[in-house]
Ligand binder design. Structure first.
Ligand code: SAH
Length: 342
């Protein structure tokens, strides 16, 4: 049995033809799933019983089950714990902004990057998600909230560039008019910085936003936070970002999680300025989410503001990430870990 969400429309049209059906049945099935959010072949009323029977022999519609949902009373952020057919659990978060609904989705079950401040990586990586499993998070979330989702960030659990092929297939699928028609400029991919993959992505010349989890201005500090820094230096990473910018003309967004006493000093901000100046980019400062698996503590508000001021003075566009759903706060990977432990 195959997950029909792993197919694009031409795959399904081909399957229809190979199975003695006319091609346009493919489009009808896609409309039911992606436009009408019907996730049961039996309910597709313009498809004959015979065809439904055949479809059910080959395919299932791989929509995850909601095991838990947490809704913020402050800003209506919704955190979903989704369970796939094989019982693996991941998290997706829907955030409500003035400009529309945005979803943060996962690309792997767990993660093997080992960032020391992140809960998603504590038990390592279980498996990659397929393109269909990635898009299914958006489908199910839309169905749950009863509204369209217009923006997607690949910032849930997993390292997207460690699941490169499936993520690329997903990007193509979600962008297509026949499915959710979400524009590339409404999609952000966040990576801990796998340099060769950033360059490979640049060569695809997509119009998505690339976000880099930089978190440190130099190798020494970065290596204390992120194992990937042992493999690629900050210098190599920034060079690959320049390459991405030159190929796509898309401004890079740098994420910088502020940790008390580790990377939040004035001199750290100054060093960050020196490596990013004369590069058209954006810095997003993230007060770190404290998790019980480690000792990293959130920076003091004064230090966060000072950090921002130093960057802004040196001409770097800087924002402090607004905390969404702070009353249901569970840092990346926390919900899943708590659930599994239970
Ligand atoms: N693997 C990708 C995407 C998933 S992590 C990446 O590293 O970018 C999404 C973002 O959340 C990254 O910037 C990551 O560094 C950050 N993050 C992880 N744990 C965090 C925590 N406890 N507090 C704040 N940000 C965290």
């Amino acid at each position: 049995m195959k997950n029909i969400l792993d197919l694009n429309l031409s795959d399904l049209k081909k399957w229809m033809e190979d199975n003695g059906e006319s091609k346009f049945r493919g489009k009808q099935v896609f409309d039911w799933i992606y436009k009408k959010e019907i996730f049961d072949f039996e309910q597709m009323t313009n498809i004959s019983k015979k065809t439904i029977h055949k479809l059910k022999e080959f395919f299932y519609i791989g929509i995850p089950e909601v095991v838990e949902v947490f809704t913020s009373e402050i800003d209506n952020t919704k955190k979903f714990l989704f369970k796939y057919k094989d019982n693996n659990i991941i998290e997706s978060v829907v955030m409500r902004y003035k400009y529309g609904n945005s979803i943060c989705i996962s690309t792997q079950v767990g993660c093997r990057m080992g960032c020391k401040f992140c809960a998603s990586t504590v038990d390592g990586m279980i498996r990659n998600l397929t393109s269909g499993e990635i898009i299914a998070q958006i489908l199910k979330a839309q169905d749950e909230i009863g509204e369209r989702i217009s923006n997607v960030v690949l910032m849930g659990s997993g390292e997207p560039l460690d699941n490169f092929e499936n993520v690329l297939t997903f990007l193509e699928l979600v962008n297509s008019e026949e499915t959710l028609n979400i524009g590339q400029r409404h999609i952000t991919l966040s990576t801990c910085g796998i340099v060769p993959k950033i360059e490979e992505l640049a060569d695809k010349k997509l119009q998505i936003t690339l976000a880099i989890s930089l978190h440190a201005p130099n190798d020494e500090i970065r290596r204390n936070m992120m194992p990937i820094a042992n493999k690629y230096s900050v210098e190599e990473l920034i060079k690959s970002c320049r390459y991405y910018f030159n190929k796509t003309n898309r401004r890079i967004s740098f994420e910088y999680a502020l940790v008390k006493g580790i990377n939040d000093k004035k001199e750290n901000a100054e060093e960050l300025c020196s490596i990013l100046k004369d590069f058209s980019c954006h810095v997003n400062l993230i007060p770190i989410n404290e998790i019980k698996e480690n000792q990293f503590k959130k920076s003091r508000i004064d230090d966060i503001n000072r950090f921002k001021e130093v960057l802004t003075k040196c001409g770097i566009e800087t924002t402090i990430r607004r905390e969404m759903g702070s009353d249901i706060n569970a840092a990346c990977g926390q919900l899943r870990r708590n659930y599994i432990k239970k």
